[in-house]
Each structure stands twice: as C-alpha cells, then as structure tokens.
Design a protein around this ligand. Sequence first.
Ligand SMILES: *[C@@H]1O[C@H](CO)[C@@H](O)[C@H](O)[C@H]1NC(C)=O
Ligand SMILES: *[C@@H]1O[C@H](CO)[C@@H](O)[C@H](O)[C@H]1NC(C)=O
Length: 332
Amino acid sequence: MAPRFGVPPAFLLLLLLALDPLHRASAQAAGRPSCPGLESGSPCGEACQAAVCGALLDFYDASGGATWRDAAGWPDLARQGCAAWLRAAAPAAPAAPAAPRYCWRGELAGVACCLPGRGERPEDAACPFPWSLSNLSLMNNNLTAPDGGARAWAALGRLAACGLRSLVVQGNQIAGPLPARLPRSVEGWLWELDLSENQISGTLPPGWGAQLTQVRHLRLSRNRLEGPIPQAWGGMRRLEQLYLGSNRIQGRGITGTIPAFIGALPRLKHLNLRFNKLTGTLPPALCDAARLAAPGGGLEVLHVSSNRLVGTLEWMAGCEDLITLDLGHLGT
Ligand SMILES: *[C@@H]1O[C@H](CO)[C@@H](O)[C@H](O)[C@H]1NC(C)=O
Ligand SMILES: *[C@@H]1O[C@H](CO)[C@@H](O)[C@H](O)[C@H]1NC(C)=O
C-alpha cells in the first residue's frame, strides 16, 4: 500500500540497524503510590490530603511561586495554609468522599484530580484512589528553579507518591541540568513529563531509562540539551511521544546517532528530533509491519529535519499511518 504522503525525493541512503538488545531490559512492575495514610483501596484521606497539599506548597515555593504569571488560587493556599484547604467540601456525588479544596474545579491553577467514579478520562481509569492528584500543568507560567530544581523535584516525588502521573511545565524559565535520577516514587508510575521550552542544559540522564518505564509522553524540546540519546532509554517501552527537537536553537543540540531502540518502541506515534546534530540514519524499523499491526497503529508524526542524517527512504513505504513528515535540511 502506498504511504499517505509524498516521499520527498533524493534523500539518500539508509542502512539497516540491528535491533537493540537493550529494549528487553524494560517493563518493570507498575509503581504503587506510597502516600502517607493511604491504604490500599482507601480514598485520599486527611493524612494523604495533607501530604499532597504540603508538597504542592513546596513545589510552589521552590519554583518561584511569587513570580508565577498565572497563580490563580496558589497565593490563597500559601496564605491560608493547608488546614483551611482540607476541610471536607460538598462532595460531587453523595457517595463520593469529600474533595479537598485543591481538587475543586478551577480553584488551584493547573491542578487536576482523579474523579471518583472513574473511567471517562484515561487517567481516571488508572486512578489509584478517588481524589488523588493526577495532573499538574503549569505552562507558560514563569516558573523558575532557583536552587537548580532540587526542591521542586523532591516535591514532584512526594506528589507522585500520592498519585501524580503528569507534570507539564512547558514554556517556563527552568534552567540547569536534568537530575541524574528522578525521585523513586515516579518509577514505573509517571505517564507524562513535559519540560519543553525552558532553558535546561546538559545531557540526557541515562538513569531515567530504568525509571520511566511507564512514561507515554516525554517532551524535552526547545531547551539547551546536548550529547547523545542514551541507549538506556530503551527502557521507556511505553513511549508514544518523544520530543527532543530544537535543542540546537539556543544550545549545542543532541548529537550521535539515533539509537535503534527508537525504531523498536512498540507504541511510538510522535517522534520529534528536528534541529539537532544527529548523524547516521533513521531506524528503518520505525515503520515495520509489527509496529503497524500494533494496537493504536503505527507512527503518525516524524520530525527529523535540520540534522545531519543520511539514508534512503524505501522503508518509508511501510509508514501507512504517517500524517506529518518533516525531513528538510537533513544535511545541515
Ligand atoms: C518572572 O520571574 C522573574 C523572577 O524569576 C521576575 O523578575 C519577572 O518579573 C517575572 N516575569 C513575569 C512576566 O511575571
Ligand atoms: C492528565 O494527564 C494525562 C496523562 O498524560 C492526560 O491524558 C490528561 O489529558 C491530563 N488531564 C488533564 C485534566 O490535564
């Protein structure tokens, strides 16, 4: 079957890469929240809510909360203290446990909680317990990392221990390197980490590969990252979106070859590596028959322009699910 895009002409050779054996070192058992006061199957009660609220406040303080752009609710929380926010509120449904105020819709900018009842949103289906914090999403909000981020990462760890699966802090002023190791509570647990459009520098930590075994969306585009894509990231077997693009705009860019494991990630849908200094070829397995047959289909978005890649594109005839293809300026 013909691919649904026009293959741009004349983009050179493409060598076969052997499948990466590292991809087998993956799939740890899913993590389990270890929030204070939380027993299996119980809702997030007072001790759990206090832990979440305290970690939220720490995160706020450690990321320059006073100068956030849209801090709706947060200064109130900081002023009033957690005790005032944990009082049982009118429950959404009679049978549901009372929601802490930070879970109320629109009360605290960027916070979303798991709803009791479950099932409608993907994160609810995997909710460890009602009213656990599920998402923290603070985009374009002037967040900083004054101490190199250590306290904010620690707070993230405490939030993940109480259920947080998604941290989106795209478009902020976070600088400094990525931590070599993430807090243990994110291991086999976090689904989404978006740090794109910040000023993060340094290299991609190999250790994340063994920790983020459940991560679906990892976005690190538009920072100042450099160095290779670690082979150990083959442990991120659940990846659906991997964005490492545009790290050469303000920084030196990602270097080395594209590891073969990327071609073998069974659920990968979006791959963005544009504007870096990658060399070598694209992994031909990106569009092989096994991936196309995978539940959810094959690769949909491929951005690899502005690198130093070489290769032929015959294998792309297999990219039947591709919607967006960006291969320009491969020699630059
Ligand atoms: C962003 O935060 C910095 C301090 O880190 C502050 O000086 C600046 O005014 C803030 N910018 C906006 C638009 O709030
Ligand atoms: C929370 O994060 C999940 C996992 O990435 C995502 O699918 C969902 O849309 C997010 N929900 C909200 C309310 O932000």
